[in-house]
Write a protein that binds this ligand. Structure first.
Ligand SMILES: [Zn+2]
Length: 499
């Protein structure tokens, strides 16, 4: 899932392909020039780095107005119709609203429960974002700028301030993160937590880049087969994901799982080591967490095996696994310089980890506003006369949304909700999952050991190995001894100490 909002489109991994194209300017008949498109990657980069305030404003205004400019690309009437039809469907099925219908079989169960969690985060995020705004405004003034910071200025000054505070260069980090070492680090974590061993095996695979490992338990018994397909190639979807080629089950005798992880890391030149960014390494751990959910599955019915769990629970095993990448023990052993073999210097590691909470006020506000508006929109009983833009304005005013921050996805182009319905009344689930993973890792911190055996056993019995055997809230309680609390997430995002 998700970097800041870490995995915006997914659950991290289920990303649809981006078609490969010519560079945008050439594609539009302006070879030799530059084109800024309305794609997030294009706009955000421009807003971060362009010193031209007038152009930032032009790009930003075009970007946030997608879907409400009149004509064939205006989505507002369609949105009203979709929201009304969803409300009608929920009513026919006996639910009070579409959100009630959608959440009934999720871990959250009710829109009230999801909202309560979001609100606990919202107040702190708002305070943090206001403090960030004041820092940025001070930077504007310090440079002699005689204007109030606006939404199109935020990313530019935030990037400048980040550089001034942390001076972190990705190129400094990469030589320490070799792909093969990071794979070994993920395996070693699984060995220490769950007693698994990974042995390379030669089996016929679909592509020369793919590799396979036989997975055994601590007694040498066969657990499953793990396939890693890590390098980008033209025929591959973008993004990263996990797939089960064969699910675990016991219905038709003992069937062991065959699990695939696919990533899109850059393939090195012949003889050179493959190097990862820290985000890449995090993605590797994330997908490997999903893989373990498939590999450790120990249920009878294939229908409830592995990752066949509610969507606000499925990212727990993956997001939780990311935490072990940052465990000093793991990094000290596996983050070693490709040429010298020296471990990553402590100061560099500390700077890297310190940047994690930077800008989280902004990131949390722009995300959480979307999640709250989504829930409220899908609690409407009669949406026939819905004016999406007016609804959005009213909601944001009631939330005291800062004028300098715009929803990460405004309603007229909120694809999670309206391009298919996968996340309709479900956008909260990214935050829900993050509350779970932060709270779950805190169980190891409280035990005083990132590999505490008793905690790891409960984690395996009730989460990684349990598929959809139990209601997620019961499964989580069996692991943790209680339901999740937001405190660990607030600490992780640096929001715990704001007023
Ligand atoms: Zn995922």
């Amino acid at each position: 899932m998700p970097s800041s909002w870490r995995r915006p489109i997914s659950p991290g991994c289920r990303i649809s392909p981006a078609p490969r194209r010519a560079p945008p300017a050439e594609e539009r008949g302006h070879g030799g020039k530059y084109a800024i498109t309305l794609a997030r990657s294009s706009c955000e980069t421009f807003l971060q780095f362009s010193a031209r305030r007038d152009l930032r404003e032009k790009v930003f205004q075009a970007w946030i107005r997608r879907g409400e400019n009149g004509g064939a690309t205006d989505n507002r009437a369609l949105i009203a119709e979709m929201v009304a039809l969803r409300a009608e469907r929920a009513g026919l099925l006996g639910f009070a609203s579409f959100a009630d219908y959608r959440l009934a079989d999720q871990m959250a169960k009710t829109p009230e429960a999801a909202r309560q969690l979001l609100e606990a985060v919202w107040t702190r995020a708002l305070a943090k974002a206001r403090a960030e705004r004041d820092d940025l405004q001070a930077m504007v003034a310090g440079e002699g700028g005689n204007f109030a910071l606006q939404a199109h200025d935020w990313r530019y000054y935030a990037e400048k301030l980040r550089k001034a505070r942390y001076d972190l260069d990705e190129a400094e980090i990469k030589p320490y993160l070799q792909l093969d070492n990071m794979i070994e680090a993920a395996f070693e974590t699984a060995r220490r937590l769950f007693g698994l061993n990974f042995k390379p095996v030669e089996v016929p695979l679909y592509h020369g880049d793919a590799r396979a490992w036989e997975v055994e338990d601590s007694a040498g018994r066969h657990v499953g087969l793990f396939i890693g397909d890590y390098f980008a190639r033209p025929s591959k979807h973008s993004g990263a994901w996990m797939t089960a080629l064969r699910d675990q089950e016991k219905l038709a005798g003992k069937v062991t799982p065959i699990i695939l992880n696919v990533c899109n890391f850059a393939k090195p030149a012949e003889g050179e080591p493959a190097l990862l960014s820290f985000d890449d390494a995090r993605t590797l751990f994330h997908e490997f967490g999903h893989a373990l959910h498939g590999l450790l599955s120990d249920v009878t019915y294939p229908l409830i095996a592995g990752t066949a769990v509610p969507s606000d629970f499925v990212e727990l095993p993956s997001q939780l696994y990311e935490h072990w990448l940052e465990v000093p023990d793991i990094l000290r052993s596996y983050a070693r310089h490709a040429k010298t073999g020296a471990p990553m210097p402590k100061a560099l590691l500390e700077r890297l980890l310190a940047t994690r909470t930077y800008g989280q006020g902004f990131a949390t506000v722009e995300y959480t506003a979307c999640a709250l508006v989504d829930l409220d929109l899908h609690r409407l009983k009669d949406a026939g006369a819905l004016d999406a833009a007016a609804f959005e304005r009213r909601e944001l005013a009631a939330l005291h949304m800062p004028a300098e921050i715009v929803m990460r996805h405004r309603l007229p182009h909120f694809q999670h909700l309206f391009s298919g319905g996968g996340y309709a009344a479900g956008y909260y689930s990214y935050m829900w999952s993050e509350v779970l993973d932060a709270d779950a890792f805190a169980a190891f911190e409280e035990a005083g050991d990132a590999f505490d055996a008793a905690t790891a056993k409960r984690l395996r019995d009730f989460i990684y190995g349990a598929g959809n055997l139990r209601d997620p809230a019961q499964a989580y309680t069996a692991f943790r001894g209680r339901l999740p609390s937001v405190e660990a997430l607030l600490r992780k995002r640096g929001l715990a100490d704001v007023a």
